[in-house]
Design a protein around this ligand. Sequence first.
Ligand code: COA
Length: 386
Amino acid sequence: MKKYGIESLSFYTSRYYLDLIELAVARGIDPDKYTTGLGQHLMAVVPPDEDVVTLAANSAKSALAGIDPNEISMMLVATESGIDQSKALGIWVHNLLGLSPQCRVVELKQACYAGCAGLQLGLSYISQNPHKKVLVIATDIARYGLHTPGEPTQGCGAASFVLSANPKLVTFEPEQGIFTSHVMDFWRPNYSDTAFVDGKFSTKIYLEALEQCWKSYQEQSGRKFEDHYRFCYHLPFIRMAQKAHERLARLNGKETTPDAVENSFIYSRQLGNSYTASLFIGLASLLENTQEDLSQKRVGFFSYGSGCVAEFFSGIIQPGYKEHLKTDYHRAMLESRTRTGMADYESFFTHKLPQDGSHYVISPYNTGLYRLSGIKNHERLYETKP
Ligand code: COA
């Protein structure tokens, strides 16, 4: 049987972070609440010249290394931090990356679930067009607002993966347990640049959706909990995924050990919530931080997007996958970031581009290869660094 899946996977996050202990002290909160209660340590913060386009382009550049860009015949970009109501942000990315004019570009939206939608739509396309490749990018900046309960669960990141009939990392199984329900746990109206969220309700719905998805997936597949060697969950904050895994184990009358999930948390603990990207950064973290050979092992995946749509599905790690990981690049990227203090974090957070059509130039901060250089006549301007 022909196999389809992920040929290449990479991620990118901003070059600045805030230590959550510093945030806790500034907000008069016990730091243990953030590090233990939420399970988060560092939070990526974006400087004025980084946005979802630059995050996306930088991650995709790395995912495409060694792949002929002309082979990409479709690019699906998942985000809930979109910069335009009409034009897909992927077109800016397409331009920065120099992809083929014959490549179809579309933006997908359903809160944090859209990256999973991109994966499944891309796989369907590849099964019909096995000689083509699809680039899926999940890119987001999680913003809840200064002094809000959601503040320590912000962050940013983009994950990019190439889907093809030459899956060097992971193939996916056909069963998909899906759950959709109209709930108002998290949303962001067009006029707001921060999310409205009923945080506690969102954590409750996340767990309920997991149960529903699991039951549907199990009915379709006949697989048991213990048929899955490792699990990757949507990661709004690490403690959420730990609770989800404990809930799933309990539902199945099983004990669970941290081994089943811990390695998938390592990167997100250092960059925070990346909404659509978090599940795939979790996958990169699992593959790159597990010494043991995971070849032929089954991983269970759970994606949750507020509002809500959720999905449980599974994949098989491919033999030889270790040779195709970008571990050194990702680790060096995380280790070389600049620590910001509260003043820079708050000034980055409150920075706004003019909305009156004036020409505004953004002075350079530390970024990857691509940066937002300014805005003119309401048009965002990007540049590729030499
Ligand atoms: N030491 C250790 N743990 C502590 C603590 C301390 N001093 N003080 C509090 N905690 C624990 C709480 O017991 C709680 O853990 P529990 O849920 O296991 O009981 C956890 O820290 C969070 O504290 P709590 O007061 O319950 O919540 P909060 O008001 O800080 O809000 C969120 C937490 C996640 C709801 C909030 O950050 C949020 O709205 N985030 C955005 C929405 C989101 O991420 N939703 C997830 C689904 S998509």
